[in-house]
Design a protein around this ligand. Structure first.
Ligand code: SF4
Length: 178
């Protein structure tokens, strides 16, 4: 692991410890990597802070390590992705979008042909435990639970609106979350 990625890993681990509190215990390397890979996993961790049993389950089952054959990911991947999702959202102070924007995004997802049921998986079970109906559904392009993804300012819809190259299905500029 390079010096640069080691710094990134420890910074993320320290920030996670602060955010999740002492109940989280030691933050594993797999959790750090999963947070970098998937901002929704971080979102689920944050909203589970008041429910220690869910928090524990999420920390014990980070994405990819919950599978049958975890593959170690490279420092290069960590470094590249650490510069993207985690830090983009961190820059916003882990804020959420205003209710009006959230509802607009969700309304678009509910009309979208890419909205589908989640696959059988422990992580999706935990991530959607408090959700019902369409709020459990995921986007088949990115695998995200849209009711969670749509709350995050740094997230964006990956699909251009039909007939439009400049905006996505959320009506936001392609490739640049608003
Ligand atoms: S994020 Fe975009 S592509 Fe995915 S379900 Fe929502 S509107 Fe459709």
């Amino acid at each position: 692991m390079t010096h640069q990625s080691s710094i990134g890993t420890e910074q993320i681990r320290e920030r996670l410890s602060e955010l999740l509190g002492p109940g989280a215990g030691e933050i594993s390397d797999d959790v750090v990597l999963a947070v970098v890979d998937d901002p929704l996993y971080l979102h689920h961790l944050l909203i589970s802070r008041q429910t220690p049993a869910f928090l524990r389950l999420l920390l014990d089952s980070p994405p990819e390590t919950a599978g049958a054959s975890p593959v170690p990911r490279s420092a290069a991947k960590l470094s590249r992705q650490a510069a993207s999702s985690f830090w983009k959202w961190a820059k916003s102070g882990f804020e959420f979008v205003p209710d009006e924007q959230y509802e607009r995004r969700l309304a678009a997802c509910r009309q979208c042909p890419h909205l589908t049921d989640p696959p059988q998986s422990k992580l999706y079970d935990v991530a959607t435990v408090a959700r019902r109906g369409d709020d459990r559904k995921i986007c088949d392009l990115c695998g995200c639970v849209v009711a969670s993804k749509a709350r995050i300012p740094s997230e964006t819809c990956p699909d251009p609106r039909p007939g439009r190259g400049d905006v996505n299905r959320w009506g936001e500029k392609v490739g640049s979350p608003q």
